[in-house]
Design a protein around this ligand. Sequence first.
Ligand SMILES: NC(=O)c1ccc[n+]([C@@H]2O[C@H](COP(=O)([O-])OP(=O)(O)OC[C@H]3O[C@@H](n4cnc5c(N)ncnc54)[C@H](OP(=O)(O)O)[C@@H]3O)[C@@H](O)[C@H]2O)c1
Length: 262
Amino acid sequence: MNIPLLGFGTWKLTGDTCIASVSKALEVGYRHIDTADRYDNHQDIAKAIKDSGIAREELFITTKIWFDELYRQQVLDSTNRFLEELQIPYIDLLLIHWPNRQIPIEETFGAFTEIREKGLIKNFGVSNHTIHHLEDILTKGYEVTCNQVELHPTFNQKSLHDFCKSHNITLTAYSPLGMGEELQHPTVIELSQKYSVSPAQVILNWINARGIVAIPKSSKPENIEDNFKSQNWKMEPDDIVKMNNIEQKPRLLTTDWQDFDY
Ligand SMILES: NC(=O)c1ccc[n+]([C@@H]2O[C@H](COP(=O)([O-])OP(=O)(O)OC[C@H]3O[C@@H](n4cnc5c(N)ncnc54)[C@H](OP(=O)(O)O)[C@@H]3O)[C@@H](O)[C@H]2O)c1
């Protein structure tokens, strides 16, 4: 899967703010946009893409299907709706947004395989899956292309990353800036001074240096541009280790429907 290491997150961006933010992201060079049915912004993203005039094949669009719509017919119907809303002929990466062990994976991955054969999606994968969830899917003989999870300096997902690397699963970091909360971390500040870059760039550069995709979200043009510049410099190996060794804390995003203890 040819997924750009830096993508643009769009959770909580809707309407004109979404159109303006995605337009800015495309203008500064992002070619990977992360959305979800649940974000209610497919049509806004479609507008920004259309206005940009950028060819479809230059873009990488990820979207996600909600955890109560994972039966075969629901997947087929939802995918057709997503394509209409996004005004694109295919989705680059379709993810199960959250695991749902009540619905057999054969239903969902079977339908994903069908629609991939029809050319409606290029790749499929999962989000918010633990090692145990991934093992269940792999045991059934399916490949997992991608797992999108919360990941930032104080929640570095080391063991999940090791597992994904050994099974050729691309790991994508959501909330890479810890929803903005990690920008004040002393190690991040120290390195931002050393490299004369923003704290956000330090975090994004570190995530990409680990071979992990990052999808920061911003509604501010200057931040959208700044985050993109995180790809323009190289962190020294000792500093990557320093970032890796930051003291870990609990995850930030918890929900009623999560299954993280599995
Ligand atoms: N799969 C899932 O279940 C899941 C869950 C959560 C998120 N996601 C995806 O991951 C994306 C990113 O996660 P997130 O939106 O939760 O959080 P995030 O990207 O870690 O942080 C976004 C926050 O950081 C601020 N920010 C961004 N760039 C900045 C910069 N250069 N300097 C200072 N502040 C900056 C933003 O404020 P401004 O807008 O003011 O710049 C915003 O408040 C989401 O948008 C979504 O696409 C997926």
